[in-house]
Design a protein around this ligand. Structure first.
Ligand code: ACM
Length: 260
């Protein structure tokens, strides 16, 4: 199974242009799964909720969704991307997993980071796993990495690949994801963005360093800090199905939650 990501450099608010750039960049690539960054087409630093509303879509509607759905059908692939979602008068920092048949799964970010709390409501979908090509797929978004319970819950529910759209501004996540992969014996695909934004008097520099990591913590591929780029790895998801790490240790059944 070929898992891939595209680390982009979006221009704030220029949704059409940002979507087109990504589609052009992946058009001659082959993959089973493509992960894109958190809020990949809208940009990150909204001035206020009115601005975020103007750039948000209901799940499964709008131009970004239509283009991603077309891409999923044409590529016969699973496309996972982050977007600002509007639902019931609220805003969520969400990701959609669009399947090759055009249907989708919606995840709303559970752990909001810093000033996101002024714009978005905390997600209500919770962490869940769905099957794609006999493989358990889970989603989390960016700052969810800081809460090991997120990746653990996905693992307990059968995730073999954790897809992780991100907009990282702190330096710790790329290395921490080696631990998330190792402690759960899962593949992780963290897709970050590059570039910077200063729309509220506060400079944010996004650190790039998108990574695909194997269940043993090995970094299968990594991008740099400044440039957009495509990354892929040919993986065997079965490596994440077997949690036996020695003859006498199976990491999920060895847990002793009564002592935690
Ligand atoms: C983040 O959650 N975008 C840092």
């Amino acid at each position: 199974m070929i898992v891939s990501l595209y680390q982009n450099r979006p221009s704030f608010g220029e949704i059409k242009k940002n979507v087109k750039t990504v589609i052009n960049a992946v058009s001659d690539r082959e993959f089973d799964i493509l992960v894109l960054p958190e809020l990949f087409a809208a940009g990150y630093q909204f001035k206020d909720t009115a601005e975020a509303h103007s750039l948000a879509d209901p799940a499964g509607e709008g131009e970004t969704f239509e283009k991603m759905q077309k891409l999923a059908v044409e590529k016969n692939a699973l496309i996972i991307y982050g977007f600002p979602e509007k639902a019931d008068g609220r805003l969520y920092n969400s990701s959609l997993a669009v399947l090759p048949d055009g249907n989708y799964h919606l995840y709303q970010k559970v752990h909001l980071f810093d000033t996101e709390k002024a714009i978005f409501s905390p997600g209500q979908t919770g962490f869940f796993v769905f099957e794609f090509r006999q493989t358990g797929i889970g989603m989390m978004i960016c700052f969810d990495w800081r809460f090991p319970e997120a990746a653990r819950k996905l693992t307990l529910d059968g995730a073999q690949i954790i897809c992780h759209p991100s907009n990282l501004v702190l330096p710790h996540c790329p290395d921490a994801m080696k631990t998330r992969a190792l402690e759960n014996n899962v593949f992780t695909v963290t897709c970050d963005r590059v570039g910077s934004e200063n729309r509220t008097g506060r400079q944010l520099k996004f650190i790039g360093k998108s990574r695909i990591i194997a269940p043993d913590g090995e970094v299968l591929g990594e991008l740099g800090t400044d440039d957009p780029g495509f990354l892929s790895a040919d993986i065997d998801p079965q490596l994440a199905a077997n949690k036996q790490i020695t003859l006498n240790n199976e990491i999920l059944s060895d847990r002793r939650p009564e002592f935690y």
